[in-house]
Design a binder for this molecule. Structure first.
Ligand code: FES
Length: 548
């Protein structure tokens, strides 16, 4: 009898005493590494979803890992029987989003005005020579999400998109949401979160079909915690009321004039030109970070007369409401459920994720899977579809309870892999939805308007882009607005980052815009709890009269 092992969904016989890394190599699975299995680089991490007890005890180089994460070069098979399932940090190409979707400004129509310019063979940043080269002048726009990291390489002279990639944020070993990452970073000296991410960024940049030394500027957006961790700042204060980035505190003390950050390529540890500039876009306030700021740029809020809302659903959902006259922003701690975290078979929207679910009259289930391969898990848009279909077919009630006392619904059963939904998963999703909906109600009531007063509702983010709108309305994830008012705008954060990378004037506009945003602190809104309880139910979102 031999134990079985599946890595990234590929099955093999598990050999006692052999490391997970060696098994992966035999399966031709690429495991990130910079130390050749020495236990030093910490990059070869895998998440063990089944059979943790069939592996060797944690080795010394793995002491930094929390939860079900192991270093594949250190963890060896320690049983002759049973099933071990694990996966490397997932990676995939973004679903092609080369054009803006329904956005007023796109980099196609943008006036190119990059900070990096050429004068003969001289390469200049803001007029200061940094290199001599006749090669291309490239830049990277980077969106550091809590769950997923997205990179775009663009030609700074033409605006052309050269390549893009996305991967699961490997900092997940320090917790799935920002508060646990802050606690982890505070408790573990040595900048382990940043160093691990940096290893993955290095591999991603080196895999692009360009010379990394021709990358002269990187524009980083992300929520306040992700951005500050990348710039190796102390993030402790973001986790403590009143939840402020150290850059915000220093701005208030007059020690800096902006919350944006700058370092050189060399300081960033990225394999780009050492004199490149790495610019961290300014944050708005508290957890409303540089990603939300970039969204404002992408929808051209500085010039917008109409009343628009932007909702970027994620681990921390960002909400922005307003127009060029007044802007309100909030951040909702929704947790990782809609990004596939805290869900038994959840995963980010990368290859292998179920993204669409339909249940026919005869109860048969049909699925659409990203990459057209066997399902490895289910991502946020698939979860929304699944709940909507279970609700529509009466297999789940509006409290999220499955009918007939069952606690698990199978979506897919294959060799060595099944994907299912538990009632406890639905409970996680209900709470994530409750936080989002409570945020919506709180922001709209603070602004003094109803949902129907809105001209446009931008659903930002990769998740928002691929949501089934009718399903989202049915379960009450988005307000019951006419579909014509809802724009599934795609990754507006990376779009905004790209715009700021290609245009100095837009970057300046962003610096000015963030100063005008009013921060709506949800934790102090008197009706927040009522809104939350209401939002946890699976039914359409309607306006709620405020008690205040
Ligand atoms: S390969 Fe570097 S720590 Fe495992």
């Amino acid at each position: 009898m031999a134990a079985m092992l599946t890595i990234n969904g590929q099955p093999t016989e598990a050999i006692c005493g052999r490391s997970l890394f060696d098994h992966a190599e035999l399966l031709s699975i690429d495991v990130p590494t910079s130390c050749r299995k020495q236990g030093k680089c910490k990059e070869c991490m895998v998440e063990v979803v089944e059979g943790m007890d069939l592996l060797s005890p944690l080795a010394e180089p793995e002491r930094h890992l929390k939860g079900n994460f192991r270093l594949s070069c250190q963890a060896t098979v320690a049983a002759d029987d049973g099933l071990i399932r694990c996966h490397t940090m997932r990676r995939g190409h973004m679903r092609i989003e080369r054009h803006a979707f329904g956005l007023p400004v796109s980099n196609q129509s943008l006036q190119l005005d990059a900070a990096v310019t050429r004068d003969g063979d001289r390469i200049l940043i803001d007029g200061i020579e940094v290199d001599r080269s006749t090669g291309p002048i490239l830049g990277i726009a980077m969106d550091l999400g809590t769950t997923t990291v997205v990179l775009r390489v663009v030609d700074l002279e033409t605006g052309e998109l050269i390549a893009d990639t996305s991967f699961e944020n490997p900092q997940r070993f320090g917790g799935s949401e920002v508060m646990s990452r802050i606690a982890y970073d505070t408790d573990h000296p040595g900048r382990l979160l940043m160093r691990t991410l940096c290893g993955y960024l290095t591999h991603a940049i080196e895999d692009f079909p360009v010379d990394p030394r021709s990358i002269y500027e990187v524009l980083v957006v992300g929520n306040s915690t992700m951005r500050d961790l990348f710039f190796r700042l102390n993030v402790y204060s973001i986790g403590q009321t009143p939840y402020q980035s150290i850059t915000e505190i220093e701005l208030a003390e007059g020690k800096r004039t902006t919350t944006s950050l700058t370092q050189t390529g060399q300081q960033s540890l990225l394999p780009i030109h050492p004199k490149a500039r790495v610019y961290g876009a300014p944050i708005i306030s508290g957890h409303v970070g540089a990603d939300a700021a970039a969204c404002m740029l992408a929808v051209d809020l500085a010039h917008e007369e109409r009343l628009v809302a932007i909702m970027d659903i994620g681990t921390n959902t960002e909400l922005i409401l307003g127009n060029r006259h007044r802007i309100l922003a909030a951040s909702c701690p929704a947790g990782p459920a809609f990004e596939g975290g805290a869900i038994a078979c959840g995963m980010p929207a990368l290859d292998g994720a179920i993204e669409e679910v339909a249940i026919a009259d005869n109860s048969s289930i049909s699925l659409r899977v990203i990459g057209d391969i066997d399902p490895q898990g289910i991502c946020g848009s698939g979860l929304v579809d699944a709940m909507s279909e279970l609700l529509r077919t009466g297999q789940m009630n509006d409290k999220g309870r499955f009918e007939d006392d069952i606690s698990r619904i199978d979506l897919f059963n294959g060799e060595g892999k099944s994907v299912y939904l538990l009632e406890s998963d639905v409970n996680e999703l209900a709470q994530a939805k409750g936080a989002n909906v409570a945020g919506l109600h709180a922001v709209f009531s603070s602004y003094g308007i109803e949902f129907n007063d809105l001209d446009l509702f931008y659903l930002a983010g990769g998740f928002g882009r691929h949501l089934n709108i009718e399903a989202s309305k049915r379960i009450g994830l988005v307000p019951s607005l006419p579909s014509a008012k809802i724009v599934q705008a795609g990754n507006t954060a990376i779009e905004g980052a790209t715009i700021a990378l290609l245009s100095r004037s837009k970057r300046q506009e962003l610096e000015e815009l963030v100063k005008r945003v009013e921060h709506c602190r949800l934790e102090t809104h008197p009706d927040f709890f009522n809104f939350f309880v209401e939002g946890c139910q699976f039914k359409p979102v309607e306006p709620i009269p405020c008690a205040t």
